[in-house]
Design a protein around this ligand. Sequence first.
Ligand SMILES: O=C(O)COP(=O)(O)O
Ligand SMILES: [Mg+2]
Length: 210
Amino acid sequence: MIDLDGTMVNTLGDFAEALNRMLADLQLPAVAPQAIENMVGKGSEHLIRSVLAHVGARNIDEMYPQAWQRYEHHYLVINGQFADVYPGVLEGLEQLKAMGLRMACLTNKPLSFAQPLLAAKGLDGFFDCVFGGDSFPRKKPDPMPLVETCKALGSMPARTLMVGDSSNDAQAAHAAGCPVVLVSYGYNHGQPISTVDATAYLDSLAQLVA
Ligand SMILES: O=C(O)COP(=O)(O)O
Ligand SMILES: [Mg+2]
């Protein structure tokens, strides 16, 4: 099970672009990409609410439905244009595929954002299934998405590796009973990844099989 944002694709540019187009529509000030980095990983609603609070919006609950509608519109237009696959990802996925392993992409991103992004970056062919933050009633760090993904893969949690970039992924994996490997270059809410308990830490997905 491989996470998407911060693990396979650096989507910070996409988030910044879609959020700033949303903020312009709402006549609110823009946000810097560095400020967004710490807010990514807990799904779109958390991200939008955090950004609205960051720019000093009032009545966030009232504004939220329109903010989400503008964000979704803009995100789907720009999806992948300001995002890059991290070095070593393609190599790592090819190595895993060559071992005959079944693979799932498991992200908190909405499924309607995740699928076209994987396709645009040429990563969709590696995965037997793709699940988003809206595929199950609860998101990571809840263990539910991992438990359900293991079922879809036909694999026991204890024999199913989660690969991610944040404490969200690790917490969900621990609770689901899955081993977890974390990459050092992702987002992790602004905290060093070494502060999060994991089976191993990698600087590149190309190191995973070794
Ligand atoms: O919070 C998001 O939208 C996505 O985050 P994830 O791909 O790291 O799960
Ligand atoms: Mg992530």
